[in-house]
Design a binder for this molecule. Structure first.
Ligand code: SF4
Ligand code: SF4
Length: 92
């Protein structure tokens, strides 16, 4: 059956097809000199598009990396960061 509902999740295993990045008018940018790697932004993101990844030169340390294909620019991560390491910048 043809699906006439673009941008809605109507079938199992299709959430990755629903890219929410184009909704965004500004994007979060992290200052890694301020970030303490607490992972709160990663946990709070409603799109689950912030991954905590290993820092190459610092064993055991992790830092957030945002997948902009799915970041919708809601700025929740900015508001929740305890050390104000994330800023929104104009995107389009
Ligand atoms: S702006 Fe919103 S969607 Fe984008 S990374 Fe932050 S919490 Fe997630
Ligand atoms: S919430 Fe702030 S300090 Fe914590 S990992 Fe995210 S950017 Fe870094």
């Amino acid at each position: 059956m043809k699906d006439n509902k673009p941008n809605l999740i109507t079938k199992p295993n299709t959430t990755l097809n629903n890219k929410t990045g184009p909704w965004r008018t500004s994007r979060p940018v992290t200052d890694y000199n301020i970030c303490i790697g607490c992972a709160l932004c990663s946990k709070i993101c409603p799109e689950a598009c912030i991954a905590m990844v290993d820092v190459p030169d610092k064993p055991g340390k992790k830092q957030p990396v945002t997948d902009y294909d799915y970041c919708k620019g809601c700025a929740l991560c900015v508001h929740e960061c305890p050390v104000k390491a994330i800023k929104m910048v104009a995107d389009y």
